[in-house]
Design a protein around this ligand. Structure first.
Ligand code: NAP
Length: 248
């Protein structure tokens, strides 16, 4: 079923991991995709992968989401290239883990600026066009760390909890224009981000997941497709947890 035919989706952090799976999933259901990541290499490889199955369905944009002015320019370029923007998935994110006692203010700023301010900046870059067309879907990739907190991740958990506040506020601001804004809180998903964790920590996490396995990027992509679809038009301001039952 081509649920996203004639729709344009922006996916940040589309170069790898969860964002890559989201970009492929939306494209597989007919969306044209703006593949955004920090590096040209990864944003392009995702766009090329999509274009191999459908000519001209994707374009690549390399932008640092921390740079507010660059993000505004990128949003304007995407609008000029595609003519409309229907779906924005704020997925770009980083970790800089460490106990608060020793955390550098640089690590605090990098995580907050990327994960939280980056989502705000990209939303500002697209909301005017969504308001004009009186439709749109904004989906922010939060984390269960934003719901429960996590020792060693004060910066990351704060950024992900902040995304939930951003989501609910935007949902209220944009509801009258039929734009929905929701968040997804993934649990432990196997990607580069989690690949660096020591085996001991992975085993401790696994023991806490009722479904007994780690998630895959495609599990998050499926939740994004659900919230982005026309049928989800009455869902806004929500946080959908996709974590194998870890938090309930
Ligand atoms: P990942 O494999 O590390 O990929 C992160 C992507 O974000 C990359 O494409 C990267 O670009 C992009 N990115 C990072 N900083 C950026 C910046 N400043 N500007 C533009 N793009 C930037 O991470 P992931 O595991 O797929 O995670 C994706 C999202 O899900 C993140 O927000 C993460 O917090 C969230 N999440 C992940 C998990 C998990 O278990 N994996 C759990 C909960 C939430 P480059 O390719 O150019 O480096």
């Amino acid at each position: 079923m081509m649920r996203f035919e004639n729709q344009v989706a922006i996916v940040t952090g589309a170069g790898r991991g969860i964002g890559h799976a989201i970009a492929l999933r939306l494209a597989s259901e007919g969306a044209r995709v703006a593949s955004v990541s920090r590096s040209e290499k990864t944003s392009q490889s995702t766009a090329e992968e999509i274009n191999r199955t459908r000519v001209d369905a994707a374009r690549a944009y390399a932008v640092d989401v921390v740079d507010h002015a660059a993000v505004q320019a990128c949003g304007a370029q995407i609008l000029a290239d595609f003519g409309r923007i229907d779906i924005l998935v704020n997925n770009a994110g980083v970790t800089r883990d460490g106990l608060s006692m020793r955390m550098s203010v640089e690590d605090w700023d990098t995580v907050l600026d990327t994960n939280l301010k980056g989502a705000f900046s990209f939303t500002q870059a697209v909301m005017r066009s969504m308001i004009k067309q009186r439709s749109g879907r904004i989906i922010n990739i939060s984390s269960i760390a934003g719901l429960t907190g996590n020792a060693g991740q004060a910066n990351y958990a704060a950024s992900k909890a902040g995304l939930i506040g951003l989501t609910k506020s935007l949902a209220r601001e944009l509801a009258s224009r039929s734009i929905t804004v929701n968040a997804i809180a993934p649990g432990f998903i196997t990607t580069d981000m989690t690949g660096v964790l020591p085996d001991q920590i992975k085993e401790a996490i696994l023991a806490k997941i009722p479904l007994g396995k780690f998630g895959e990027s495609e599990d998050i992509a499926a939740a994004v497709a659900f919230l982005a679809a026309p049928e989800a038009k009455f869902i806004t301001g929500q946080v959908l947890t996709v974590d194998g039952g870890m938090v309930m």
